[in-house]
Design a protein around this ligand. Structure first.
Ligand SMILES: Cc1ncc(COP(=O)(O)O)c(C=O)c1O
Length: 365
């Protein structure tokens, strides 16, 4: 089975697993214990904090470990803001969290999935205290001009949060250069296990904790640290990036050449080097996912977190697709294990499966 769904989740690599395994057995101490086992666990947690901080270009003190991207987003958005600005292409971990707030303005992207600084500026108000715009979109991979967006937010005195879940496993990220105040990370999108993540909190930014209990993570997140997950996240953060842009481009060009009427979403915008979202008129994305699964390829239609839902992806609707168009999109997301042979075979499988499904389609002419 060739796996092309790395934006849904990534496998844990052997080096990350090797770093993590001792924490499940002999290095099993509680980092809050003062005996040797506890001290060792504490050292491992703090080493991982440095690794994550180095990956993001910040100080270890500015890293709060969480149970994943969802919790990191929830913690960031706990900031007591009067008015919040966000975008229409956020993951539900941001969008649904903000649904519970009263004063929220949602900015529409352009058709490539980009939020322009002008569009953001138009939404900012004198009482805007927080802006939350994702770094890279999980469905079509558009990378936002975060430095410009953060500068626009700061001009009006607002803090800037970014859901960075899809970015650090695929591209260099430097929170200082980007100028963000809060940045969410998830382990399982960058070769660490599920259920681990982090929030970068710029020095001086005060958040309202979401979990109460012990004074873990500097009083910002109670609960005994997930030492295995944290150590794995640190090891994952320390790995060199493998650029998948050439393979992704080959996949995209091959599919566009082999399948009449295939259209890439987000084309023309800066995109993650591993993501390609392609629309195949005349068929349902879910049918193509199943057809490709039977041919040995794992891909996705829309966001994995909402799969099973019959509703089309809100992010695809937000970039201007009709419901029918949004339902005919497939996301291919590459990872470091994908080979050229797999890409060549996937192109052939997509061409054959689309031709077959279109033949059965009552609407495709
Ligand atoms: C953009 C984005 N944000 C947040 C999340 C949620 O992260 P986690 O699964 O670690 O809670 C995801 C996961 O799909 C995502 O793609």
């Amino acid at each position: 089975m060739a796996y092309f769904d790395h934006n849904a989740t990534t496998p844990v690599t052997s080096d990350v697993l090797a770093a993590m395994l001792p924490t499940l057995t002999e290095a099993c101490g509680n980092p809050s214990s003062i005996h040797r086992h506890g001290q060792r666990a504490r050292q491992m947690v703090e080493a991982a904090r440095r690794q994550v901080a180095d990956r993001l270009g910040c100080s270890p003190k500015e890293i709060v470990f969480t149970s994943g991207g969802t919790e990191a987003n929830n913690l960031a958005l706990s900031f007591p803001a009067r008015h919040i600005v966000t975008s229409a292409i956020e993951h539900p971990a941001v969008a649904l969290t903000l649904d519970r707030r009263e004063q929220v303005t949602v900015v529409a992207p352009d058709t490539r999935g980009l939020i322009t600084p002008e569009a953001l500026r138009a939404a900012l108000r004198s009482d805007t205290d927080l802006v939350s715009i994702m770094h890279a979109n999980n469905e079509f991979g558009t990378v936002q001009p975060l430095a410009e967006l953060a500068a626009a937010a700061h001009e009006c005195g607002a803090l800037f949060h970014s859901d960075g879940v899809q970015a650090p496993g695929r591209m260099a990220v430097d929170v200082a250069t980007l100028g963000v105040d809060l940045y969410s990370v998830s382990g399982h999108k960058m070769y660490a296990p599920k259920g681990t993540g982090a929030l970068y909190v710029r020095k001086g930014v005060e958040l309202a904790p979401q979990l109460f209990g012990g004074r873990h993570e500097g009083g910002r997140r109670a609960g005994t640290e997930n030492v295995p997950g944290i150590v794995a996240l640190g090891a994952a953060a320390a790995r060199p990036l493998r650029d998948t842009a050439a393979l992704r481009d080959e996949l995209e060009a091959g599919i566009l050449a082999a399948v009449p009427g295939a259209v890439v979403q987000g084309a023309g915008a800066p995109r993650l080097p591993n993501t390609s979202n392609i629309r195949f008129a005349g068929l349902e994305g879910e049918a193509l996912v199943i057809a490709l699964d039977l041919r040995g390829f794992a891909v996705s239609s829309g966001a994995a977190c909402s799969s099973g839902a019959v509703e089309p992806s809100p992010a695809l609707l937000a970039i201007g697709l009709t419901k029918t168009e949004a339902k005919s999109c497939i996301r291919f997301s590459l990872g470091e294990s994908n080979s050229r042979e797999e890409v060549v075979a996937l192109i052939a499988a997509v061409a054959a499966a689309v031709a077959h499904l279109r033949k059965l389609s009552p609407t495709y002419v």
